[in-house]
Ligand binder design. Structure first.
Ligand code: ADP
Length: 415
């Protein structure tokens, strides 16, 4: 961390200025115990200095550029040096190995290639490990299915919503999980719940593990579940040092959820000290007695900015998903609509699909509304739609929460 501080001071710019303002002249002025007193850096800083104002390495050292998917509306670009690519491949190879992928493995990579980091991150990691990688990218579902049947990959990587989509597509052509060769899946880039995991494992007949990351820090590989990490994600904390903070910006104790903050200890292109991710999770120690010594994080509960406040009650979309998918009549396709047409009385409208078209809409809607009321403490309007009515994301991230301020309903029939 001291070397990182020296690098930031030498590079000048926003982060150096803030460090100097807080009395830091050199790396040796700070220790891990004082990290929480150092200034944060945020997405807004990256936007304010778009495209490369926070770059810390000379332009000639940059070997590639990636960008966020722009979930919050504006894009962030990140320059990588050869050293950064090396770190990224290393943490990704580690994530794949921890998930049980071997040199004999064939990784079917249906994460999008392009500016988005998903495709490239998994690609580099699989090659570093010595496995083979099939760079299918997202979309083109027929091709995906054919390649999976012809080449018999043992590993699938994509967003969890696309995994469900692929699984359902197989099912609709009469192919069952036991006819597939998949053993392990690494899924991430968007929030998902335990209920989604059960569904994916059932559909595809594999062990589904969670992989987390964000472009600003490196991309996928910041943290990943391993076969033995007991449901939590091992953080690559030798490269990305984690902290968890409360809404007041102060550290919260281990095990308590808060906003994840990462410091990129080893990156050189765009090193960040105390980057506020906006992602909410808790961090705790390694599995007691395990040979793995890295700290672990829970799945991401939500983003601090996607928390909905409905009539004074805080609601994370992931909680809604958990309630919906606990009901085995409900398929994993839903849309949460924050209806703010009347700003004095915001309403949560939830569109769901049943597995069976024969399901009684009135009964299902009533049961789900009661379960949501009990778990979230608010009344929601639940509407059941025919199977296939709610749009699927066949490339990129699933859009499961939309705001309705005025005009026509975001989903026909939701009025
Ligand atoms: P954007 O913020 O524009 O989507 P990225 O494409 O870099 O930018 O995506 C990073 C974000 O995706 C993370 O900050 C997090 O909110 C989300 N994300 C990535 N992996 C996971 C995961 N396994 N579970 C939940 N959310 C995830």
């Amino acid at each position: 961390m001291q070397r990182l501080v020296d690098r930031l001071l030498a590079a000048g710019g926003v982060q150096a200025g803030r460090l100097r303002d807080s009395g830091v002249r050199r790396g040796s002025d700070v220790g891990l115990d004082e990290l929480h007193q150092l200034p944060f850096v945020t997405k807004q800083d990256l936007w304010d200095h778009y495209p490369f104002g926070l770059r810390a390495a000379p332009e000639t050292d940059v070997v590639c550029i990636h960008g966020t998917s722009g979930t919050l509306g504006r894009q962030t670009l990140v320059p990588y040096t050869a050293h950064d690519m090396d770190v990224w491949s290393e943490v990704m190879a580690r994530a794949l190995a921890g998930a049980g992928v071997t040199r004999r493995g064939l990784v079917h990579n249906a994460f999008g290639y392009g500016l988005f980091t998903g495709g490239q991150g998994l690609h580099q990691g699989a090659m570093r490990l010595g496995a083979s990688v099939l760079p299918v990218s997202g979309g083109g579902t027929d091709l995906q299915l054919r390649l999976m049947l012809d080449l018999r990959p043992d590993v699938l990587c994509c967003t969890p919503s696309y995994a469900i989509y692929l699984g359902e597509s197989f099912r609709s052509t009469g192919i069952t999980a036991d006819q597939l060769s998949l053993r392990i899946g690494l899924f991430g880039a968007e929030p998902w719940t335990e209920q989604m995991r059960i569904e994916i494992e059932r559909l595809l007949g594999l062990r589904a593990l969670n992989i987390y990351g964000l472009t600003e820090i490196i991309g996928p590989g910041v943290a990943c579940e391993s076969l033995d990490s007991e449901g939590l994600l091992n953080i690559a904390e030798d490269h990305f040092y984690p902290e968890v903070i409360g809404t007041d910006g102060e550290p919260v104790p281990d095990g308590e959820p808060g906003e994840l903050v990462f410091t990129t200890l080893t990156k050189t292109g765009l090193p960040l000290l105390r980057y506020r991710t906006g992602d909410v999770a808790a961090v705790c120690g390694p599995v007691p007695g395990s040979a793995r010594t890295l700290r672990r994080m829970t799945r991401v509960i939500g983003r601090s900015d996607d928390m909905l406040i409905i009539r004074g009650v805080n609601v994370f979309p992931a909680e809604v998903e958990a309630v919906l998918l606990e009901d085995d009549r409900v398929a994993p396709h839903y849309l949460v609509v924050e209806d703010r047409r009347d700003s004095s009385r915001p309403e949560l409208r939830i569109a769901v699909e049943p597995y069976s078209a024969a399901e009684d809409a009135a009964v299902l809607e009533r049961d789900l509304a009661a379960a949501l009321q009990q778990r979230l403490g608010i009344t929601c309007v639940v509407r059941m739609f025919a199977p296939g009515h709610i749009p699927r994301a066949t490339s990129g991230k699933a859009r499961r929460v939309v705001r309705w301020n005025h005009g026509v309903a975001p989903l026909p029939g939701l009025e």
